[in-house]
Design a protein around this ligand. Sequence first.
Ligand code: RIB
Ligand code: CA
Length: 313
Amino acid sequence: MTRKIIIDTDPGQDDAVALLLALASPEELDILGIVAVAGNVGLAQNARNALKIVELSGRTEVPVHAGCERPMRRKLVTAEHVHGPTGLDGPDLPEPQKKLEDKHGVDYIIDTLRTEPPGTVTLCTLGPLTNVAMALVKAPDIAPRIREIVMMAGAYFEVGNITPAAEFNVYVDPEAADVVLTSGVPITMIPLDVTHGVLSLSHRLEGFARIGNRCGKAVSEMLNFSERFDMEKYGNEGAPLHDPCVIAWLLKPDLFDGRKINVTIETTSELTRGMTVADYWRITDRPKNVLYLRSADDDAFYALLTERLARLP
Ligand code: RIB
Ligand code: CA
């Protein structure tokens, strides 16, 4: 039984790898659509990058929508220092022939959730939560219709990556993260605590290049570009690979472990804005609103990724 998903994303090289993993897995995942959000770079560029990745995969039937251009309340913060000015630096991918859909991404999320049978659509978020939060604010009736939200977001034991306290996706739009985490929708959160345990070590990147297809080559070039910043920052032999963990959770949840806890978002302090305050030891009686994943089997994760990328052109 395939699982219907909408992927909300700000491609970024790691988002691109997550998209390719999903596009390579049609037996398990029915990608209803992809929605771009402002984050790693500006919205227009992220949307263009999503079109490029869909074309690279050969799955040009998958629709791509553009969503919100900026966070709900704050000025947009981007990450060209990690992803390069295009957001997808590394490979030289052709300009996309495929066009964006006319419908705004927030309306696409709302309309799809209202049309599909309740409880059958999973939202996979790989960037700031602006689009999903705006959909919940504009159409509160969709909340009980969402099967699950699986998000790459947050950090607790690994602390922040854009500030000492906050992970980038939550930092960019903390109000959106707060709207989503208090929505009552079932949430699986994949934080830096997980992604910092799945490092793109050189033999793993070489494994992608050795696949011998255009997607393996592009992934190797993307990650060789984007990892340089994190390797410098963390001093590891490889960079964390964030967003593909969301798709890997859907494909092989047994690779991960975690627990149901409360996670609350800091939205007022400027010092700790965007911090995901995770009650991991269940000290408070705050509602357990999140399945918070803490670790993953990194060898199995990369074996899955390599095997699936080999299915693409
Ligand atoms: O903090 C990592 C997250 O921020 C990833 O989703 C990456 O693509 C960036 O958006
Ligand atoms: Ca992302």
